[in-house]
Design a protein around this ligand. Structure first.
Ligand SMILES: NC(=O)c1ccc[n+]([C@@H]2O[C@H](COP(=O)([O-])OP(=O)(O)OC[C@H]3O[C@@H](n4cnc5c(N)ncnc54)[C@H](O)[C@@H]3O)[C@@H](O)[C@H]2O)c1
Length: 320
C-alpha cells in the first residue's frame, strides 16, 4: 500500500492526533469535521501536539544534565560533548513547522478525491459513522483504502454495500497515538486480504514520537482485544467506588502500585473520554450480552451530566 496522502474525518481527540501522526511520518493530510470552527480547533490541537514535541526535544539535554548533577555526577568534557551530540534536538522548530504545514484543513469532500487512505474518527455511533463512510465511498478514488478508527463497531456492518467495502477495514489507534504505538487492525467479511496485510506493512514503517508503530492483527469482534479487557475493569472500578471500598484516587493509586499499571482505571477513563467509554461498553453489552459488559450506572450518569473527562474539564477528576 503506497500512502502519499491521507484524509482524516473528525478533528476531535483522536482525529487531530492521528492527523499529527500522519504528518509526523512526512505524509500530507487533510482534516475535516462538521464545521470549519471544529476543523480549526483540530488544526490548533495538531499544533499543540507538535509544540510539545519540539519543547521536549529542546529541553532534553538540559533535563539530562540536571538529572546527572542530581546524582552527583560530574561529566568530563568528552562525556559532555557526547551527551550534547546524542541529545541534540531531533525535532527542531523547523521540523515542527514542516509537520504542521503538512496538515491542511479540508474545504469540503473534494479535498479527499486524491487520498490513498481515509481514516474516519467521528463519534462512536453507527448512525454517525455510516453517512461519513458513504460520503468517503463516493469521493475516494477506486484504489483507496477506507479505515475506521472504531473502538467497538463491526466493520462488516459499517462497510456493507459500499463500493469500497473490499478495501475498508478497522485501524484502531490508541490514545494518545503520539506515544502509544498499538494499532489493532481488523478486516470485515468483505475486506480483501491484501488490504489488511498491505495496511499492516505500511504501518510497520511508521513511527510515533517514541518509536515504531505496532500494528496487531485482530479478528473482527466487539471492541477487539484491549477495550474488551479494559471496559469491564473500568466498570468494576466504578462498582468499587459505589460500594465505598476506596476513593477514586486510591483505586488508581492501588492499581498503579499493586498491578503495575501506568495509569489507574479512572485516570485512563478520563483520558479516553467517558462518552467514548460508554459507547464502547454499550456495544460490548449489546453484542456479547453478558452482565459483566453492562455499563455502570455511574458512568451513564456522568455522561448525562456532561462530565466527559479531560476534554470537558471534569470526569472522575477535575481539570483546570
Ligand atoms: N478517545 C479515545 O481514547 C479513543 C481511542 C481509540 C479510538 N477512539 C475512537 O475514535 C473515534 C473518535 O473518538 P474521539 O475520542 O476522537 O471523539 P471526539 O468526540 O473527541 O471527536 C469526534 C469528532 O468527530 C466529529 N464529527 C462527528 N460527526 C461528524 C461528521 N458527520 N462529519 C465530520 N466530523 C464529525 C465531531 O465534531 C468531533 O470533533 C470514535 O470512534 C472512538 O471510539 C477513541
Amino acid at each position: 500500500m503506497r500512502i502519499q496522502k491521507v484524509g482524516v474525518v473528525g478533528a476531535g481527540t483522536m482525529g487531530s492526533a492521528i492527523a499529527e501522526l500522519v504528518a509526523f511520518n512526512e505524509i500530507d493530510v487533510v482534516l475535516t469535521d462538521r464545521t470549519p470552527e471544529l476543523v480549526a480547533r483540530g488544526v490548533t490541537r495538531v499544533g499543540a501536539i507538535v509544540d510539545e514535541l519540539v519543547a521536549y526535544h529542546a529541553g532534553r539535554l538540559d533535563a539530562e544534565r540536571k538529572r546527572l548533577r542530581g546524582l552527583g555526577l560530574e561529566l568530563t568534557a568528552d562525556q559532555e560533548s557526547t551527551l550534547a551530540h546524542r541529545l541534540a534536538p531531533a525535532v527542531t522548530r523547523e521540523r515542527g513547522d514542516a509537520i504542521k504545514a503538512r496538515v491542511r484543513a479540508a474545504d469540503g469532500w473534494d479535498a479527499f478525491a486524491d487520498v490513498d487512505l481515509a481514516i474516519e474518527a467521528v463519534f462512536e455511533r453507527e448512525e454517525v459513522k455510516r453517512p461519513v463512510l458513504e460520503s468517503l465511498d463516493r469521493v475516494l478514488p477506486a484504489g483507496a483504502t477506507i479505515a475506521s478508527n472504531t473502538s467497538s463497531l463491526a466493520i462488516s456492518r459499517l462497510a456493507h454495500g459500499l463500493v469500497h467495502a473490499p478495501s475498508t477495514l478497522a485501524l484502531h489507534f490508541f490514545n494518545p497515538p503520539a506515544t502509544l504505538p498499538l494499532i489493532e487492525v481488523a478486516g470485515g467479511l468483505e475486506t480483501r486480504e491484501d488490504v489488511v496485510t498491505g495496511a499492516i506493512e505500511a504501518l510497520q514503517g511508521w513511527h510515533n514520537h517514541r518509536g515504531p508503530l505496532v500494528p496487531v492483527r485482530v479478528r473482527e469482534s466487539p471492541a477487539f482485544v484491549v477495550n474488551r479487557l479494559l471496559l469491564p475493569l473500568l466498570d468494576d472500578a466504578c462498582h468499587l467506588l459505589d460500594e465505598g471500598v476506596a476513593s477514586a484516587r486510591d483505586i488508581d493509586v492501588a492499581m498503579k502500585a499493586g498491578a503495575g499499571l501506568p495509569m489507574g482505571p479512572f485516570e485512563l477513563a478520563d483520558l479516553i473520554g467517558l462518552d467514548v467509554a460508554l459507547d464502547v461498553a454499550e456495544t460490548l453489552s449489546r453484542e456479547l450480552g453478558e452482565a459483566k459488559y453492562r455499563p455502570s450506572p455511574r458512568l451513564r450518569r456522568m455522561v448525562d451530566a456532561g462530565w466527559l473527562g479531560r476534554k470537558s474539564g471534569r470526569g472522575f477528576y477535575e481539570y483546570v
